[in-house]
Design a protein around this ligand. Sequence first.
Ligand code: ADE
Ligand code: ZN
Length: 335
Amino acid sequence: MELLPTAELHIHIEGTLEPEMLVQLAARNGIELPTTDPEAIRARYRFEDLQSFLDLHYGNLRVLRTAEDFYDLAAAYLRRAAGDGVRRAEIFFDPQTHVGNGIPLAAVFDGLGAALAESASLGVSADLILCFLRDRGPQAAHEILRAALPFRDRFIGVGLDSTEVGYPPSLFRDVYAMAAAEGLHRVAHAGEEGGPDYVWEALDVLGVERVDHGIRAMEDASLVRRLREERIPLTVCPLSNVCLRTVDTLADHVLPAMLDEGLAATVNSDDPAYFGGYVGANYEALRTELGLDQTQLATLAMNSFDACFVDEAQKEVWKAEARAAVLAPGPDVAA
Ligand code: ADE
Ligand code: ZN
């Protein structure tokens, strides 16, 4: 099989900040780091759970100060994505973090937007999804959405991320209604550490079109039926789940069970600078460590294109490319 084309639908641009770039941006912006050795920084990336990751991750984001920094970050991700066979990237960003660090929203949009504007030349179609930080609450979510509306043409949807447990989706009912009224797509992290009730709320209260993670949905048979019958995509992040200890080992992951249940599961990298690899590494781990075969890997890639926020004709073009890659002779590369 040739390199398998895919879409990446669960990628936090801030989570692509590699230690080398962290050091470079800190030097450029006169920010002190505890160490400037990328390998020493990487060695600290051992997490107990989602919160222990978030605490370290948000601290690192102090180095992002200018539009050029955001451009460099997104351009590096898009180059890697192209190399992994990504045809479409729907990229999360956390503007509340940056505004909280004193950065004008325009610098964030200008920098990320400039990188995305060049992505077509890499063969990658890309758009932005603005995420609300659930632990800052619904009022702050309203404020950032209102502040972002002058840039309405620069993002295609809203998402919900950060600390999950204790911040159920229903808190964000009104801001999601406002996003819907603006014609924005809606997704939310749910069922990563939170239980199936968080996934039900994301569907019923927020009206999400995709669920980010959703692995704990597998604990509720009636929810699994709902996800299957409505073909609601799940943006699953296998290496992330291992690193954040939501599963003990990859062998314990529910992704194969999701496929057996006929769910619209997709493969994604979440925060690849921290979790051991980009989307290609996630596909490769599923192949080598979970034993997924080419048919299953191809199903995951097809699901990813079906789940994109693009028109049906474009999805068919990418799916035809994925089908051709599966049929092509050649080195057995997973993604
Ligand atoms: N922000 C970045 N990565 C995240 C994740 N895996 N869950 C929730 N919020 C996040
Ligand atoms: Zn995520």
